[in-house]
Design a protein around this ligand. Structure first.
Ligand SMILES: CC(C)(COP(=O)(O)OP(=O)(O)OC[C@H]1O[C@@H](n2cnc3c(N)ncnc32)[C@H](O)[C@@H]1OP(=O)(O)O)[C@@H](O)C(=O)NCCC(=O)NCCS
Length: 209
């Protein structure tokens, strides 16, 4: 599996996954295009590199199997969406995508990473809690038309930095239990991020279909 910036040529596949994963809450083409054009956005996709040396998979060459994105407003980042093809779930793709968002947030100098997640979305809740996200509160009926509540969650990167340096001093290298981005990662590959601007967001994703 490899990560790279989301490109316009990925739109159809990402929209297909959106419908599969989020049902009635899926972003439309217009919403996705508007979201990606927003200031401070950074989106990556995970691709299945297939058999070594061939790049071929049962689903065609290097298909997009997951995607994720954030919005940086100059202070904090917000996880806008994260999704993994059901056929590829429970293989570490979501963890790798989330780690990329957290790494990027740290590079941007964000104080924290925020997100919303549907209160009954156990897979996502488990993933976030394993990363150290803490529940801040509940937004009643955040998801419409499903009328479902959302937890707001926060990962404090300043506190994390202190922990990291403590670990370095103690000599264990500071590696988190979730590991880093594998396969070359999305860093420095040219995904545009305009710092400091806050715009209307399309609304974050927290519910599975
Ligand atoms: C949430 C989601 C992105 C996780 O992706 P994934 O690739 O399956 O996750 P990973 O394989 O990297 O799992 C990482 C950890 O998350 C937790 N986790 C993931 N799926 C889980 C599940 N179904 N049940 C319980 N824990 C789960 C586990 O702790 C897992 O580690 P483990 O496999 O070592 O036990 C995926 O389930 C998804 O796309 N869901 C639908 C869309 C969605 O709800 N997105 C979140 C919006 S807020």
């Amino acid at each position: 599996m490899e990560l790279r910036p989301l490109r316009a040529s990925d739109f159809d596949r990402v929209l297909e996954l959106e419908r599969l994963l989020f049902g009635r809450g899926a972003w439309t083409y217009g919403m996705l295009a508007e979201e990606l054009a927003g200031l401070g956005r950074w989106y990556v996709v995970a691709t299945d590199a297939g058999e070594p040396g061939t790049g071929k998979t049962a689903a065609g060459p290097e298909p997009v199997v997951g995607y994720a994105g954030l919005w940086f407003d100059g202070d904090v980042t917000q996880v806008m969406t994260i999704g993994v093809d059901p056929a590829y779930q429970r293989r570490g793709v979501g963890r790798t995508l989330l780690q990329a968002l957290v790494d990027r947030s740290r590079q941007l100098g964000a104080e924290a990473v925020l997100l919303e997640v549907r209160v009954d979305n156990d897979p996502a809740l488990t993933l976030y809690e394993r990363f150290g996200f803490e529940r801040l509160g509940v937004r009643k009926r955040y998801y419409q038309p499903e009328n479902k509540d959302a937890y707001t969650m926060r990962l404090d990167l300043r506190a994390e930095e202190i922990t990291d340096s403590d670990e370095d001093v103690s000599g264990d290298g500071g590696a988190s239990e979730h590991g880093g981005v594998s396969g070359g990662g999305a860093d420095g590959e040219g995904a545009a991020v305009d710092d400091g601007a806050a715009e209307g967001a399309a609304g974050t994703k927290g519910d599975a279909a």
